[in-house]
Write a protein that binds this ligand. Structure first.
Ligand code: GDP
Length: 301
């Protein structure tokens, strides 16, 4: 059994590779829920939906958000009648979100994900990290911003001074999944807004210490491959480099996978982590995703 910790862009790319070489029924994916909220009257769990669509081969893997080849009839009509959406939700994607909202309000998010996974023919277990409501706020030079306002309305442009997020309890099965796994893979997700929230759940760091953990760095040189991770790391005084990421994971990390372009960091990283693997981590093709996944799987003792 392998458990993956995931956000909604970098790790799903890796999952596309992992699912080609690991039996999906041997896979549990614990997904960040910190950014979940209601938009346009529906509950949006963007990272969970991205992981589900990835597993069901439905993902729009250009934007890593929503369903490929979706239409936007409802979204466009909403704008026409004076009700523009902050999140641009496609029609098929909206159907998923309406169903998830109804299932969640009846049975909770965990069961809602289980039912939807079953409907989509997904054999892996997709676990929301928490079923509790949470909040993330960006303290910026424009004042305190809601996460999605920062990301979408302001295009991640404001200077980030600090971040605040709520502490929540793990969903049933999260800690056990880690404890019962042969290995945990931390994909190249945003260490601050995707992975730290999972690591902050009670019992998770302790369980990771007992398990073989391999992580892929989302940072190459002094930049994130995409998205605002470097802004968030800067705001928290964390060095924007693979060394800064390794520092966050050092109490449980067994193998750290960094990009070829960072090979100069090898000796510095070896003082923090037992094993450092240097390879191409840019996942711009299915072959690149499979190669990286294979290297990770082969490293599991
Ligand atoms: P979010 O929920 O959309 O923020 O997505 P994630 O947290 O899963 O992923 C965002 C992180 O993935 C960013 O920090 C990127 O630097 C990283 N990332 C995206 N694509 C790649 C890639 O191909 N290789 C590596 N190494 N990192 C990537």
């Amino acid at each position: 059994m392998i458990t993956v910790l995931s956000g909604g862009t970098g790790t799903p790319k890796l999952i596309q590779g992992i699912k080609e070489i690991v039996d999906p029924s041997d896979l549990t994916i614990i997904v960040n829920t910190l950014e979940n909220d209601y938009f346009s009257g529906v509950y949006v769990s963007a990272d969970i939906d991205t992981v589900m669509y990835t597993m069901a081969d439905m993902i729009n893997d250009e934007t890593w958000y929503g369903v490929k080849d979706d239409t936007f009839i409802t979204n466009e009509r909403l704008a026409e009648i004076g009700c523009p959406e902050l999140l641009r939700i496609g029609d098929i994607d909206r159907a998923t979100k309406i169903q998830k909202t109804q299932l969640m309000e009846k049975y909770g998010l965990l069961r809602a994900c289980e039912i939807q996974s079953e409907n989509m023919g997904i054999k892996s277990k997709i676990l929301p990290m928490s079923e509790e409501e949470s909040e993330i706020k960006i303290i910026s030079d424009m004042g305190e911003l809601e996460f999605h306002d920062f990301l979408i309305k302001h295009q991640s442009e404001p200077e980030v001074l600090d971040l605040k997020f709520s502490n929540v309890n793990p969903s049933n099965g999260v800690v056990d999944a880690i404890k019962n796994s042969d290995a945990v893979i931390i994909g190249p997700s945003n260490p601050i807004t995707s992975i730290l929230p999972i690591l902050s759940l009670s019992g998770v760091r302790e369980a990771l210490k007992e398990t073989y953990v391999v992580a892929v760095s989302p940072i190459i040189g002094n930049e994130a491959v995409s998205g605002p991770a470097s802004k968030f790391m800067n705001a928290l005084d964390i060095e924007v480099s693979s060394v800064g990421v390794a520092d966050l994971y050092k109490d449980f990390l067994d193998n750290f996978v960094i990009d070829d372009k960072d090979s100069n960091l090898n000796s510095q990283l070896k003082q923090i982590v037992n094993k450092v693997t240097i390879t191409n981590t840019i996942m711009n093709s299915l072959d690149a995703k499979k190669n990286l996944a294979q290297i990770i799987i082969d490293s599991i003792p």
